[in-house]
Design a protein around this ligand. Structure first.
Ligand code: HEC
Length: 158
């Protein structure tokens, strides 16, 4: 497709011919890069999930938190949904780095977030906590292969 377009663009008269060959599809707005999605949506949603349930021990003893209100559960549910949909977004347009392993990792993120979604729908704090590790591994597996040549790598990932 790219080659055809290049050739057609070389002849000014045929530019419309090239446009006509664009694959039909919904008019997607692809303004966000993979990095944009990571920084603006995916990381925030993962944080919402990872922070939803926890326990710390300090001088006052054990301090445990988990979602309590419907609103708090809805927020966790939304975070899991956003991660699932983000996996779809990573597979769209020119975002995939290849048609193979990238797709597998994106799907793994979807599957991991689906575990979190199920836990959120069941309002099960322990399952939410456990799903955090599954999600973390899905992020990490892709980063190990594709997040390269970046000195800051990992700095914003807990
Ligand atoms: C399918 C691959 C893939 C998956 C899955 C993935 N990432 Fe990424 N991520 C990348 C790539 C690639 C980059 C580096 C940006 C680039 O090269 O465009 C990145 C960069 C980032 C960044 C840095 C953004 C910046 O501002 O520089 C954060 C934060 C991040 N990812 C968080 C996550 C989290 C959290 C998850 C899991 C919930 C996740 N990513 C899952 C591929 C992935």
């Amino acid at each position: 497709m790219r080659t055809t377009c290049g050739l057609l663009l070389a002849g000014a008269l045929l530019i419309t011919g090239c446009a006509a060959e664009e694959p039909a599809g919904p008019p997607l707005d692809m303004r966000h890069t993979t990095r944009d999605l990571m920084a603006g949506m995916i990381d925030a949603s993962a944080d919402a999930l990872w922070d939803a349930v926890g326990t710390i021990w300090d001088e006052n003893g054990e301090n445990h938190w988990e979602p309590e209100t419907e609103e708090e559960w809805l927020a966790v549910t939304g975070a899991a949904m956003t991660l699932i949909e983000s996996g779809n977004l990573l597979m769209l347009g020119n975002r995939p780095r290849d048609d193979d392993q990238w797709m597998v990792f994106s799907q793994e993120m979807i599957d991991a977030a689906a575990v979190a979604l199920e836990a959120a729908r069941a309002q099960d704090p322990e399952a939410i906590f456990d799903s955090g590790e599954v999600v973390y591994n899905a992020c990490n597996n892709c980063h190990n292969i594709y997040w390269v040549g970046d000195e800051q790598r990992g700095r914003t990932i807990p």
